[in-house]
Design a binder for this molecule. Structure first.
Ligand SMILES: N[C@@H](CCC(=O)N[C@@H](CS)C(=O)NCC(=O)O)C(=O)O
Length: 231
């Protein structure tokens, strides 16, 4: 059990990877101190605690070495506090399958949204939207398999993949609106569309899902620091 004041999270509220860690801290009822990072002018704390990637989130647990990378952090929290809301399944092959899809989400699926933001030209954007929808259909199939007729990837309550994909909900909806398409579609991915609503209204996650103003400010910051490619 974490002691009061023992856990600190370096991040910013608009970062889905930071939200991912907040989801797990909330689900496990772990109190933590939030240290706000300014990515436009990175802090010494970030540069020294994550010298390899210089990215948020970074988790500090008492005086242990800092822990970086959101998936590594949430697995650490799951091992460190296994008795409250376990997110990874207990069977090794199920854990492997969960990690496979988490890798798909982080390395293939969500990067498409950044690609969409950075890509100029209507036609090229349309091609990326198509790839996103194809990816959502794959995730719908994965959802059917994992949820087995229940509400979440984890079954009756949130599991690892709910956290891994759920942290992107706000950005997926933001991007869908800006680009006039439906990443989670009532027809092609009806189960994911319903699941997304459940994630949004889950009591433990509410405070950790960024609102539109937070998203817009971060988006504008990205447009300046990582502008779309020239045509
Ligand atoms: N793979 C990393 C990704 C984290 C990430 O991309 N964080 C962004 C904020 S959303 C960041 O710190 N970007 C700073 C930069 O790219 O220099 C994780 O899962 O923690």
């Amino acid at each position: 059990m974490a002691k009061r004041g023992e856990i600190k999270l370096l991040g910013t509220a608009a970062s889905p990877y930071v939200n991912r860690v907040q989801f797990v801290l909330n689900l496990k009822s772990i109190e933590y101190e939030f240290i706000e990072e300014n990515l436009a002018c990175k802090s010494e704390l970030l540069l020294t605690s994550n010298p390899v990637y210089k990215k948020i989130p970074v988790l500090f647990h008492a005086n242990k070495p800092p822990i970086c990378e959101s998936l590594v952090i949430i697995e650490y929290l799951d091992e460190f506090q296994p008795d409250v809301h376990r997110i990874l399944p207990s069977v090794p092959v199920d854990r492997a399958d969960n990690r496979f899809w988490a890798n798909y989400v982080d390395n293939k699926y969500f990067p498409l949204y950044e690609e969409l933001r950075q890509t100029p030209g209507k036609e090229d954007k349309e091609a990326i939207k198509k790839q996103i929808i194809e990816g959502s259909v794959l995730l719908e199939e994965a959802f059917e398999k994992f949820s087995n007729g229940k509400a979440y990837f984890g079954g009756d309550d949130l599991g690892y993949l709910d956290v891994v994909l759920g942290c992107f909900i706000a950005w997926i909806e933001f991007s869908s609106k800006r680009n006039e398409f439906n990443a989670f579609d009532e027809v092609k991915t009806p189960k994911l569309a319903k699941w997304a609503e459940r994630i949004r209204s889950h009591e433990s996650l509410k405070g950790a899902i960024p609102g539109n103003e937070t998203l817009m400010n971060f988006y504008l910051m990205l447009q300046i620091h990582k502008p779309p490619r020239a045509t």
